[in-house]
Design a protein around this ligand. Structure first.
Ligand code: AMP
Ligand code: MN
Ligand code: MN
Ligand code: MN
Length: 287
């Protein structure tokens, strides 16, 4: 299955989290790529949405208020995308603040680990390019590359930052069911992000989707830029089994990952109910 160009991209990142483009640049780039429905889904942050919205209305792009929450399930980091969240919801904003607090604490610990490994001063380096000066792992990866320790981000993750590696710090993320609840309570649609990327057995993936669905989750990312055809089919079948909608997103982080482009991902199989339908219905019922 070839990736094709879609007008709908419901998973993207900007400099409000670990993306390379500013929200304004991202929306302009999306418009250029022919994307007409775009969700900006920064990690644990909605800070990029206001600027993105201005550019989106100028360029005729329909912007969906999104976020990608970090959560925990069965000792793994699991991501839940929220689409159509109410960005003025005070409780939701407080919950995002608590996520940034967790990130801040984790970043200090990551820096301590790196220092013990013989790489001092990386917090400051990583924080320079990070939103709110709170570095995520990719910012640390870049700092390791800049310091000449690793040749690229990928190597920095493989050697130091990925789960179970020496600078990996377990974060006290909310449970998956909590993250789903946060999104639902903020009026959003909860989407299980890239279920095919967690390297789970079929049985465990089924259990994850079941938990997610029972918690009020509404859609699975069936189409992700980096999926092969078998993965797309497997996730589409799970969506069908649990009566979930199907989402599609590039998970674009910027031009340096040349194999991921805005709006480019596998086509949704015919059996799927696109989550865009649910979003459109929600938008209608609000007016
Ligand atoms: P964090 O939100 O700080 O836990 O960092 C997670 C982010 O790191 C993901 O959203 C990806 O953008 C990036 N990431 C995760 N694993 C890798 C990897 N193996 N190589 C490069 N980037 C990665
Ligand atoms: Mn990321
Ligand atoms: Mn993710
Ligand atoms: Mn993402």
């Amino acid at each position: 299955m070839q990736n094709f160009s879609s007008t709908v991209d419901l998973h993207t990142h900007s400099t409000a989290s670990d993306g390379e483009l500013t929200p304004v640049q991202l929306v302009a780039q999306a418009a250029e790529a022919g994307v007409s429905v775009l969700a900006l889904t920064d990690h644990d942050s909605i800070e990029g949405l206001a600027a993105a919205r201005i550019t989106a209305s100028e360029l005729g792009v329909r912007l969906i208020n999104g976020v990608e929450l970090s959560s925990r399930w069965s000792s793994m980091d699991i991501h839940v995308v929220g689409l159509g969240v109410d960005v003025s919801d005070v409780r939701f904003r407080e919950r995002l603040q608590s996520q940034m607090q967790r990130r801040q604490e984790r970043a200090q610990l990551v820096a301590q680990r790196l220092e013990k490994l013989g790489f001092p001063g990386l917090f400051e380096k990583a924080a320079e390019s990070a939103p709110q000066n709170i570095p995520a792992r990719p910012h640390f990866a870049d700092a390791l590359v800049q310091a000449g320790v690793c040749k690229d981000r990928k190597q920095a993750f493989q050697r130091y930052l990925a789960q179970a590696k020496p600078a990996y710090v377990k974060t006290d993320w909310p449970e998956l069911v909590e993250a789903v609840r946060w999104i639902r309570e903020a009026g959003g649609v909860a989407v299980l992000a890239h279920p095919g990327r967690y390297k789970l057995t079929r049985t465990k993936l089924d259990r994850l989707v079941k938990t997610f669905s029972e918690a009020g989750g509404q859609a699975l990312e069936v189409s992700v830029a980096t999926y092969g055809p078998e993965m797309v089919k497997q996730i589409a079948d799970l969506a069908e089994k649990y009566g979930l909608y199907a989402s599609q997103g590039s998970d674009y982080h910027g031009p340096s990952m040349r194999w991921v482009q805005l709006g480019r991902m596998p086509a949704l199989p015919g059996q799927c109910r696109p989550v865009a339908e649910l979003l459109a219905r929600k938008a209608q019922s609000k007016v």
